[in-house]
Write a protein that binds this ligand. Structure first.
Ligand SMILES: Nc1ncnc2c1ncn2[C@@H]1O[C@H](COP(=O)(O)OP(=O)(O)OP(=O)(O)O)[C@@H](O)[C@H]1O
Length: 353
């Protein structure tokens, strides 16, 4: 699916505008605070996601209107099928998909979209939950049931932590959690295996260093059978859990390890290299989505050129071009040079070609 035409009204600082997007690469260039991130955020909302900065819905309405008006987002999509999405935002968000009431999870299933925000460099050097969130989003995009199972697992985990805090070791909760944990582990493993394959394909054109990525399970060891693995890990961590009064084994302790000749990427790489690695992971994820969903995802990329030298910029642009995906990227750098797509300029919330 691809954005063909969007229209927005009263969304943050964006001017009311009808925009016909190019089906290949789009680059939005503009100075700081001109509305680049706001534009990408509006597009991400239209695909059923939140933007980079999770805010209250009413903060998305133009400040001058707050309490007196609503923000509206509309988009026509083309591709595997034609879709029209409308969204009205004030205290709550009302979504219509081709004239029928819908919700964000339906949008995500119809219009796969991956976004890369400036903070996503933390994918390499941030704490494990950042990488778990990345994997969770990818898995939930491909199989919506994953989000449901993860929600159920996290609910039980909260109960378990509550019991542990009170010094109780509740084996009924463990038994209920076990099949969910095993399912989440199996699914994550499948996706990480695919991610490794696409990473191997893409990384030579983008990275001048070799990175090994792998799933690091929150268990005491790697097991063939994840259900057995869960029970064994729980048993192995029992004393520690009772002493620390918190649950230490299970998918909530997973991580995606990234190493360069055995050293963690967060230590071995410069900031620019970490950014390249994070973008490469995102492009690998796009390939996995395409393979599993038989649909090319839309890619939204904020601050695409930040911290990249000219060689890295051009190899990234080439990789985006070769992905065949519709890409909408933003940059404050107006010296981007040759660009194989449509360049938009934004100033004070107004887009022009
Ligand atoms: N609800 C709102 N109503 C009106 N303006 C808003 C609203 N929310 C945010 N803004 C304005 O939007 C502007 C920020 O836009 P945005 O984050 O898209 O900038 P940007 O072009 O990505 O900038 P940078 O290059 O610095 O990241 C800010 O000036 C902010 O004051």
């Amino acid at each position: 699916m691809k954005f063909s035409q969007t229209y927005w009204l009263n969304y943050k600082n964006l001017k009311p505008e009808r925009v016909c997007w190019y089906e290949g690469l789009n680059l939005i260039v503009g100075p700081n605070a001109s509305g680049k991130t706001n534009t990408l955020e509006a597009l991400s909302m239209l695909c059923g996601w939140w933007g980079s900065r999770r805010k209250k819905l009413k903060d998305l309405v133009n400040w001058q209107l707050q309490g007196r008006g609503v923000a509206r987002l509309h988009s026509k999509f083309c591709g595997e099928e034609e879709l029209a999405v409308s969204m009205t935002i004030d205290e709550k968000r009302v979504i219509e998909i081709s004239g029928k009431q819908g919700n964000a999870s339906i949008l995500r299933a119809f219009i796969p979209c991956l976004s890369f925000w400036s903070d996503d460099v933390y994918l390499v050097d941030g704490p494990p939950y950042v990488r778990r969130n990345f994997l969770n989003q990818l898995c939930a995009l491909i199989v919506p049931l994953y989000a449901r199972r993860l929600y159920d697992y996290n609910k039980l985990l909260r109960h378990r932590n509550h019991s542990l805090k009170r010094g109780q070791y509740d084996s009924v909760i463990i038994k209920t959690m076990a099949p969910l944990a095993a399912w989440i582990w199996s699914y994550r493993r499948t996706i990480v295996d695919l991610l490794k394959i696409s990473f191997k394909e893409i990384s030579p054109s983008l990275l001048d260093f070799d990175v090994e990525i792998d799933m690091k399970e929150g268990s005491c060891d790697l097991f063939e059978d994840p259900l057995e693995g869960f029970y064994k890990s729980i048993a192995a961590f029992k004393n520690d859990e009772m002493a620390r009064r918190v649950s230490l084994a299970g998918p909530h302790r997973d991580d995606l390890s990234m190493t360069i000749t055995g050293r963690p990427a967060s230590e071995a790489l410069s900031r620019g290299q970490r950014r390249k690695l994070a973008v490469t992971l995102m492009l690998s994820a796009a390939k996995v989505v395409e393979f599993k969903m038989r649909k090319r995802p839309i890619i939204l990329l904020d601050e695409i050129t930040a911290e990249l030298d000219s060689e890295a910029k051009s190899s990234l642009i080439n990789a985006l071009f070769n992905s065949g995906c519709q890409v909408i990227a933003a940059t404050a750098d107006d010296r981007i040079g040759e660009f194989p797509g449509k360049v938009w300029h934004i100033d004070q919330g107004g887009l022009s070609v």
